[in-house]
Ligand binder design. Structure first.
Ligand code: ADP
Ligand code: MG
Ligand code: ZN
Length: 473
């Protein structure tokens, strides 16, 4: 039996985080009343003309620069024709011949996955099934939201490489702030093109395309599952049919949807209502200079500057909010390792427990920094730190010091308060004094434990020990 190699290429649709749509002034806000974020332009009414959103172009250029692409100075928009109820114009404004960005790459496990192009286009509306009337309704609020489509070369070979490529691209876009990149809400949607071929062959096999896979985990499973299906077909002597398939994660299998269309089916032609772009070198260079520090740079800097592990670094740099919380907390309290540990531990666990994603994190870096400072200075113990952090994460408090005071979480270091406890403990156990003096060291440990218990674990252990010795002496 011949060995097979999997070949994967990705098409990734990303909604840009502009305030308004790409060709009109309607809001892009998510979740409004149906068909309220619409106007004649995005509804495709006769005579309405598109006006290009400058911010959308800037975001798309930023993405292209961060993903090492060349920027096309005179990119052109094209009409892609097809009928679908969520597309009122019966064409989508997209880019075929002269896309905005070309020939980029992203580094994945030390190798380059090439990006063929990034083009701009508009999103379609949403079909909503109404169970009451058993009919399908359409919501045009999303119609005209700016998208970029990132198209890779068929450079991935395994489920792991595929998932990691999406993670890397997502991390870069997140850091750029050009999209909220929420896969579960559809702001980042991945189509997986996949073929197999005998190991050693360089020709590409016939591929299938699995549309809109909505989590990283499902992407990995889809690559593995579709690989197995195609190999089985070949082994049975059946042809692979070029088609669009739907990955069903529950069934762990892909289903045929339709035969794959070709570009010429769409009757593309240049959009006559929009002039070609005209981007100057100066403007593009100014955009390059304004790029924030990217994940690949942070990946080098965090271990070198802060001594973080590669694992922790990788988790932090996958999310803008985590990086910001980490960097700002470390800058305030000067304890980067502690900051990373709290984020990797309690904070991610709390998010997971609430089913939230890191971009919903509202914890102020000042609060985390204060907790770290108090704990490392011995003013609160680990349990108190954890309790305070939990309260801050849940939005129950914004003032760490006040919370610690109100809940009596501070360590007791005050000598007279500690001495009071020591006396109580010794008086409660009159024999212990004599036992200690007759040389029973174990008694000392027991009394320490009693005192600590009385202090609910918040006694300063060093001072307590001293005072207990004094008290027994
Ligand atoms: P289409 O125009 O049908 O969308 P493209 O040529 O634009 O096709 O390719 C779409 C995606 O499919 C790209 O990511 C590309 O890398 C990938 N791809 C193309 N051919 C193959 C193949 N034989 N096997 C795997 N992926 C492929
Ligand atoms: Mg395509
Ligand atoms: Zn509109």
């Amino acid at each position: 039996m011949p060995q097979y190699e999997t070949v994967v290429g990705l098409e990734i649709h990303v909604e840009l985080a502009t305030a308004t749509k790409v060709f009109c002034g309607c809001t892009t806000a998510f979740g409004g009343e149906q068909n309220t974020h619409v106007c004649p332009v995005c509804m495709g009414l006769p005579g309405a003309l598109p006006v290009l959103n400058r911010q959308a172009v800037e975001y798309a250029v930023r993405a292209g620069l961060a993903l090492n692409c060349n920027i096309t100075r005179n990119a052109v928009f094209d009409r892609k024709h097809y009928f679908y109820p969520d597309l009122p114009k019966a064409f989508q404004i997209s880019q075929l011949y002269l896309p905005l960005c070309t020939d980029g790459w992203v580094e994945v496990f030390g190798k380059r996955v090439r990006i063929r192009e990034i083009h701009m286009e508009e999103d379609a509306g949403k079909l909503v099934h109404d169970p009451w009337t058993d009919s399908t309704l359409v919501d045009f609020n999303r119609c005209g939201v700016p998208l970029i489509e990132i198209v890779t070369q068929p450079d991935m070979r395994t489920p792991e490489e595929t998932v990691e490529t999406v993670r890397q691209i997502r991390a870069a876009l997140s850091m750029l702030g050009v999209s909220d990149c929420k896969m579960q809400e559809g702001s980042l949607r991945v189509d997986v093109n996949l073929s197999v071929r005998p190991m050693g062959s360089t020709a590409l096999g016939t591929r299938t395309e699995m549309k809109n896979i909505n989590s990283l985990k499902s992407i990995g499973r889809a690559v593995a599952g579709e690989t197995a299906r195609q190999i089985e077909q070949i082994e049975l002597g059946r042809p692979i049919i070029q088609q669009t398939r739907r990955w069903d994660d529950n069934k762990n299998a892909s289903m045929a949807m339709r035969s794959k269309e070709d570009a010429h089916d769409y009757r593309y032609f240049p959009e006559p209502d929009l002039a070609p772009l005209s981007l100057s070198d100066e403007w593009i260079e100014s955009r390059r200079a304004a790029l924030p520090e990217l994940p690949e740079q942070k990946r080098v800097r965090y271990p070198a500057e802060f001594g973080l592990s590669a694992y922790d670094t990788d988790i932090l740099v996958s999310e803008k909010t985590l990086c910001e919380l980490f960097e700002r907390t470390a800058a305030i309290c000067g304890k980067p390792k502690d900051a990373a540990n709290w984020i990797m531990g309690e904070i991610l666990a709390a998010l997971k427990e609430r089913g939230e994603s890191p971009d919903q994190l509202t914890l102020a870096p000042e609060a985390l920094a204060r907790i770290i400072t108090l704990q490392s200075g011995g003013e609160i113990n680990r349990n108190a730190a954890r309790q305070t952090l939990t309260a801050a994460l849940a939005g129950e408090t914004s003032d760490v010091d006040e919370y610690i005071k109100a809940n009596q979480l501070a360590m007791v270091g005050d000598a007279s308060a500690l001495m009071e406890i020591v006396k109580q403990v010794i008086n409660a156990d009159p024999d212990s004094d004599a036992a200690y003096r007759s040389g029973k060291e174990k008694v000392f440990g027991f009394l320490m434990g009693q005192a600590m218990r009385a202090l609910k674990g918040k006694g300063d252990p060093g001072r307590l020990k001293e005072l207990l010795k004094q008290g027994l002496g």
